[in-house]
Structures are given as C-alpha cells and as structure tokens.
Design a protein around this ligand. Structure first.
Ligand code: ZN
Length: 241
C-alpha cells in the first residue's frame, strides 16, 4: 500500500493544489491522510476543505480546526493567529463546520497512527520537537509508526538508545524500532524552506519520503492581504517562517 500524508494546509489553496498535482505524478495512491489544521491563517479555508473531502481523506483535527468551530478558545493563540481563527470561523459554511466537528483527534490503522500534535493528551495539541517529547509519545504507541504535523517542520525520531533524530527526507522504517515522522506543512512551512511539504509512505519498501513542492506563493499571499488578514501571515509564506 502507498499512502499520501498531508498536514497543516492552513487554507492555502495554491499550496494544496500544487501538492495534489505532485502526488498525481507519483503513481498510484491507496489512501490519503490529513493530519489536521486544514484551515486557519490562509484565505481559502472552505475551498481547501472541499478538496480534502473530495479525496475521501482520512483526517484528524488540529488546533486551528478546533478554533474555527469554537471547540478551542482563540485566546490560546497569539494576536494574528486569533484574528485569523475568528475570520476563518466567519467564512465556513454549516457543512464545513459540521465536517470539522466530525473529526477525531487520533486515527489508528493496522500499521501506523496519525495525530496532529501528540498522542500524549492529544486534545492539548502539544508539540513533538525534542527527544523528551518523542519519548512521551513512544510510550503511548501501539503501532511502531506515528505520523504527526503541528510544528510545520519535517523531522523524524527513532526509539533507539540513545534516541536518534533526523531532518532527512528519506526515512527508512524498521518494524522493530518505533518511529515518529513529522511530515511538515503544506500551507505554511516553518523550516526556512518555503516550498510546500508532504509525505509518501510506501509500505512495501518500508520508506517514508518527504516531498517539497514549489507553488504560487505570491498568489496565496495576495489573497491573504486582500482578505484583510494580518500581513505577517502573507509575508511569512515566502520566508518559510
Ligand atoms: Zn498548523
């Protein structure tokens, strides 16, 4: 089986469409997974939700999805994220709101699990950014492989002794070694590389590949400015911050 995994689209339709075109060129995909934060920050939340639902994506909720439907207090965010969350809430149709409300926090398949932030109290949307965070998650993993998003930075952790982590884009999966893979962000990368990020997991070759895709950043940024959203949300796209 081959899986395409997307996370942190954040209402960036230009990035999402570029990623979907790239995936279409990668051969057959058996299932799509979305690791949360479909909306928030970007100017096209409703269109991004339509694209994700049309793919029959298996999705989990992120903190921005929860904020957009009133399940998370926006005071949790900084000023401009709060502005974007309230703007997004006002844009969403009843159907989109209902869809976001239907998402669970964690999904387990036969061979891997997906969560937006952390398996440790997933409703708190903690980050996995260092070996301590990773260990807290390894101890909660039934499957040997966990995919996460949330930090917008591709990174992987192996439960070895001592624990190893990598920022590489070709990640070998060993069934006997628990592994956490952060697949980066489609719509707002924060690793100083502005290209959209997503992952392909090929079970047969036991390999996860992080893929980076150029997209029309200027168009996405212009839409953010035209919508009256904070200009920092437009500027950061070209910086990868
Ligand atoms: Zn996010």
């Amino acid at each position: 089986m081959r899986f395409a995994l997307l996370s942190d689209i954040h209402g960036n339709l230009e990035a999402l469409e570029a990623v979907l075109r790239d995936i279409a060129n990668q051969g057959s995909i058996d299932a799509y997974f979305c690791l949360g934060d479909i909306v928030g920050y970007g100017a096209d939340p409703e269109s991004c939700l339509e694209r994700i639902t049309s793919l029959s994506c298996i999705a989990v909720a992120g903190n921005h999805d929860h904020a957009a439907i009133g399940c998370l207090d926006p005071s949790y965010f900084n000023d401009y994220a709060r502005h974007a969350a309230l703007w997004t809430r006002a844009q969403l149709s009843a159907g989109a709101t209902q869809y976001l409300r239907s998402l669970s926090l964690v999904v387990h398949t036969n061979s891997f699990s997906v969560v937006h932030g952390s398996l440790h109290s997933p409703e708190l949307f903690n980050y996995i950014q260092n070996v301590k965070d990773a260990e807290r998650n390894f101890s909660r993993m039934d499957n040997s492989l966990l995919f996460v998003g949330h930090s917008h930075q591709p990174q992987s952790f192996y439960r070895s002794n001592p624990m190893l982590y990598s920022y590489g884009y070709e990640i070998s999966i060993y069934p006997q070694c628990k592994t956490i893979v952060n697949i980066g962000s489609v719509g707002q990368p924060r690793d100083d590389d502005p290209r959209a990020s997503y992952a392909i997991y090929d079970e047969e070759s036991a390999k996860v590949t992080i893929c980076r895709v150029n997209y029309d950043i200027d168009k996405a940024a212009d839409k953010i400015l035209s919508a009256g959203l904070p200009d920092a949300l437009a500027l950061r796209l070209s910086l990868g911050k």
